[in-house]
Ligand binder design. Structure first.
Ligand code: SF4
Ligand code: SF4
Length: 207
């Protein structure tokens, strides 16, 4: 999460960005504009790879600043293309679109959080395979893990709806297995950043 107090305006983040060719002065000027809440060229050039937060030597999370400003300014290509998807997520939460679907199974097995992926995206017989057999499998708009919407101009969605996403599997009273990395990141990383409660044991499918 962005921490402006940690930024010393060194420019390392955007000097090292592989998608622009900024010298240090240009990089610092861009960061300054963003910190003042103004539009800057990087908002349209940024591919949302998140690498600049690794380049930052102080942990100020410049990528988060860029994503917040992309959403606020709203004119860069990533946001324009992603807007309908972000609106769909908001509809799912505010108007209960894409309601929950579940496949119930044996009580002693954990539940698989299937995010908002549709069951029919997967080949017939997938859920009878040895990997998934016996699990309760849940999906729906309100299971969308939200973290990936930073790539579509939806940086604020985690903050707005993250706790609600985590409350859904909590109701199942089971251990949760995440099929999607972003669901795991919501529970394991973003919950700590935003102070969300995660009242269940969880693991990634790979575990
Ligand atoms: S998140 Fe954007 S600004 Fe940061 S390194 Fe990636 S492309 Fe560059
Ligand atoms: S966000 Fe980090 S790398 Fe970028 S200017 Fe600030 S301190 Fe330097």
């Amino acid at each position: 999460m962005r921490d402006a107090s940690k930024c010393n305006l060194c420019g390392d983040c955007l000097v090292n960005c592989r998608y622009v060719n900024y010298d240090r002065d240009k990089a610092i000027a861009e960061i300054k504009l963003l910190m003042e809440g103004k539009d800057a060229e990087i908002l349209s050039k940024c591919t949302t790879c998140i690498a600049c937060s690794s380049y930052c030597p102080t942990g100020a999370d410049p990528a988060n600043l860029i994503f917040r400003m992309q959403e606020k300014i709203g004119t860069c290509p990533i946001v324009v293309v992603g807007k309908p998807l972000c609106e769909e997520v908001v509809r799912a939460f505010e108007r209960r679109g894409d309601p929950e679907q579940s496949k119930q199974s044996t009580p002693d097995k954990p539940a698989l959080s299937f995010d908002a992926f549709r069951f029919d995206y997967f080949p017939e017989g997938t859920f009878d395979s040895q990997l998934f057999k016996g699990m309760t499998i849940v999906r729906g708009g309100q299971y969308a893990s939200l973290v990936g919407y930073v790539h579509m101009g939806g940086e604020s969605l985690v903050e707005r709806y993250g706790q609600r996403v985590l409350d859904n599997p909590a109701r199942l009273g089971k251990d949760i297995v995440y099929i999607h990395s972003e669901g795991f990141v919501l529970a394991h990383v973003k919950a700590k950043e935003y102070g969300f409660q995660v009242p269940f044991k969880y693991m990634h499918l790979f575990e």
